[in-house]
Design a protein around this ligand. Structure first.
Ligand code: PMT
Length: 223
């Protein structure tokens, strides 16, 4: 990565999980720690960009020089993204956004009943990255992630097309990979190419991914 390549460019990155409240004390969430997204924010900053980092609930320090906006729910994340979209050149959707949320929020703590199973009706959340790619303020380069437990490349390819992305970074996730750990590997796919970035610390992996993004961003915008 060459320092200064993204001077005067605005990079927006989402990171961490979103939480969907069930009642005042419980929520639906996932294992994302925010490490991958925060490493990307640092790498984008190192390349000279103005960086907006929209983060779900995580316990990480904000990289120096990065503007951070904290959110909790998918709806809050979608609104925060939308508010900064107009000036955005590159959008990277690294957050592990909840796909479903409870249809009803219970105002009081749900009481435990010994014998009855608890049923919670879920409804799909808004797909934030798809809203970005179909917006009239679409940034010129949009990168998504794919977190998969099977058929990594096939599912990632289909998300690249369905979500109208310029690039997708696919990673295996499970109990001991992808989420929360310090190292990760990515299979990166764009419309006419692909590259595997092998297992390495997320800080280094983020720099390698930013190098690919910057190359493709300028290739797209020089046409
Ligand atoms: O945070 P860490 O612990 O470091 O872990 C990193 C990571 C595993 C979370 C990260 O590398 C990663 O894979 N992030 C994407 C997780 C995910 O939600 O993947 P997905 O395949 O379910 O979603 C596909 C894409 O759609 C993603 O870019 C996601 O941000 C986006 N999405 C999904 C649902 C939704 N409602 N809105 C979205 O924008």
């Amino acid at each position: 990565m060459v320092p200064g390549q993204l001077i005067d460019k605005h990079v927006m990155i989402t990171a961490g999980p979103t939480y969907e409240p069930i009642d005042p004390v419980r929520f639906i969430g996932n294992r994302s720690s925010g490490k991958m997204g925060f490493a990307l924010a640092q790498a984008a900053r190192e390349s000279g960009a103005n960086v907006t980092l929209i983060s779900g609930p995580v316990s990480l320090t904000t990289p120096t020089g990065v503007k951070r906006i904290d959110v909790e729910t998918t709806e809050q994340m979608a609104n925060a993204v939308d508010a900064s979209l107009e000036s955005c050149d590159i959008f990277i959707s690294c957050a592990a956004v909840a796909d479903y949320r409870p249809k009803l929020f219970e105002q009081e703590k749900i009481k435990k009943t010994e014998k009855q199973p608890l049923q919670i009706e879920l409804q799909p959340t808004k797909d934030i990255v798809s809203a970005v790619t179909t917006s009239h303020n679409r940034p010129s380069f949009v990168v998504g992630f794919a977190a998969e437990t099977q058929n990594l490349v096939e599912y990632a390819q289909s998300k690249l097309e369905r979500k109208k992305l310029d690039m997708i970074a696919a990673n295996w996730v499970g109990q001991k990979q992808g989420f929360a750990v310090d190292d990760n590997a990515l299979h990166v796919i764009w419309n006419d190419g692909e590259q595997t970035l092998p297992l390495m610390p997320k800080t280094q992996l983020a720099r390698e991914l930013m190098t690919l993004i910057i190359k493709r961003f300028y290739a797209k915008n020089s046409i």
